[in-house]
Design a protein around this ligand. Structure first.
Ligand code: ACO
Length: 431
């Protein structure tokens, strides 16, 4: 990052010069970090759409061109040949592709940490059977702090690697257990002989004395889904992780907060909403054309879920990969899903409608991920949980990057107050 240019802000007859920063790919940002301290002026940007909240070396997105890169590597290169999700996790967290040895050691660490403490395990039994898996996930990640206190200060690198491995490994066990709880099925312990995704599928679907046979195509599809969700720079949940982490909150608490943000239907929860929308069309609730009209109607809060993105003004590259993966997996499984045909129809209608064209609204990652997960027999209430499993390495990488930046202050935005001018308290009997 370098700064050569200056921006000039003229306000109240005064000219203020502000440095302009340029990122590696030529993106420019006016540095207003000293604006308040030096001039008493704030910037107004309620949803932070024009605000860079940090410098980062992890993920690059060009929303106009539909580009996404992890540590400089285009997302398409993670499709085929497909690396293992764990390699991608290491890449994001530590900045380089792991050597064979680093990968083996990290895998060993994941295996060593795959069990849940029996105390944590028992808590599943006290939860109502219909508990939303995202609520369980957020609560259980936060509770890791009760069992692994030594990781809370995270002063050195060894401890950090172990804490990261613990999180990445246990999130999978917690996720699978939350599903088993919702079904009233016995928990299956993780199998140390299995790879990351296969182990998750085993804990989801095996039953005692009947091992789930893990199809290669299903394992590959799960691996791809996790890779495609692994990071997406400063989105809602990642910013949440950074905000919480900026108060020096521990890694477990920061990631638990990320899970809560991800749960929202405008963010990770959109993959569930997409399926509800497709099912409603399939069940005759709406025609695809009516769905498009409802999404365009400004008096109707309905949105075309899985469409639009704060950053992408083009086809989300992850959606492109998922769209092709759906075709591949369906062909390999020799399966069909009427929801896929409906999704394709909606996409076709939207992409030729001036409302969507003018606003540059294209399918996002959530549009096809749900259909793919359905083909893998993953229940809908687990979709966002799987998104969280995928996003965890990204949250950890972003938390670490911020933690390693010794100049980082607590994140504390300002506001433009528009409430009452000074007024007086009126006792209740006089109101
Ligand atoms: N359906 C209908 N209209 C939409 C949609 C949509 N899915 N998305 C955006 N628009 C409209 C907005 O209403 C706005 O219209 P206007 O200019 O007439 O007021 C215009 O398009 C521009 O909206 P943006 O400013 O681009 O949207 P914003 O950045 O505020 O929101 C968001 C992005 C939340 C993703 C939005 O597109 C949306 O709600 N999509 C549906 C939910 C969804 O799929 N979320 C998942 C996103 S990906 C992820 O988080 C993993």
């Amino acid at each position: 990052m370098h700064q050569e240019e200056k921006a000039r802000l003229i306000i109240g007859g005064k000219t203020i010069e502000l440095p302009v920063l340029t990122g590696t790919e030529g993106d420019k940002a006016i540095d207003i970090s000293e604006l308040y301290d030096e001039h008493g002026i704030t910037a107004f940007d309620p949803s932070l759409g024009s605000t860079c909240m940090c410098q980062s070396t992890i993920t690059y997105i060009d929303g106009d061109k539909g580009i996404l890169r992890y540590r400089g590597i285009p997302i398409e290169q993670f499709d085929r040949p497909q690396p293992n999700f764990i390699e991608v996790a290491w890449l994001l967290i530590f900045g380089n592709l792991p050597t064979r040895r680093e990968l083996r050691d990290f895998r060993d660490l994941l295996t060593a940490n795959e069990m849940l403490h029996e105390g944590l395990h028992r808590q599943f039994g006290d939860l109502p059977p219909k508990s939303p898996p995202m609520a369980i996930l957020s609560a259980m990640l936060s509770q890791l702090a009760c069992y692994y206190e030594k990781f809370l200060p995270l002063g050195d690198d060894e401890l950090f690697i172990e804490a990261a491995a613990r999180l990445i490994s246990k999130v999978r066990t917690i996720a699978a257990y939350s599903y088993r709880r919702s079904k009233g099925l016995p928990f299956m312990y993780p199998d140390p002989a299995l790879r990351y995704c296969a182990n998750f599928l085993h804990m989801m679907f095996s039953i005692p004395y009947q091992q789930y046979i893990i199809g290669e195509e299903i394992e590959d599809a799960m691996n791809l889904v996790l890779i495609l969700h692994a990071d997406h720079e400063q989105n809602c949940s990642t910013s949440t992780v950074r905000v919480v982490g900026s108060a020096k909150a521990n890694l477990f608490a920061s990631c638990a907060a990320g899970v809560s943000a991800l749960w929202g239907p405008l963010h990770g929860g959109a993959n569930v909403e997409v399926i509800k929308m497709l099912e409603s069309i399939h069940n005759g609730g709406m025609k695809p054309e009516e769905c498009i009209e409802a999404a365009k109607d400004k008096t109707n809060p309905f949105k075309l879920f899985g469409f639009g993105h704060r950053i992408y003004r083009n086809y989300d590259p992850r959606a492109k990969i998922l769209r092709a993966a759906v075709d591949r997996v369906f062909a390999r499984l020799k399966t069909k899903d009427p929801l896929l045909d409906i999704a394709r129809k909606l996409e076709e209608l939207a992409l030729k409608d001036s409302y969507f064209i003018d606003r540059k609204l294209y399918p996002n990652v959530d549009f096809y991920s749900g259909v793919l997960l359905r083909a893998m027999e993953i229940p809908t209430n687990m979709f966002t949980v799987i998104f969280a499993m995928g996003r965890l390495p990204g949250w950890i990488a972003q938390w670490k990057e911020q933690h390693d930046n010794l100049t980082q202050k607590i994140i504390r935005p300002r506001q433009l107050y528009t409430g009452n001018k000074i007024t007086g308290y009126i006792p209740i009997e006089s109101r």
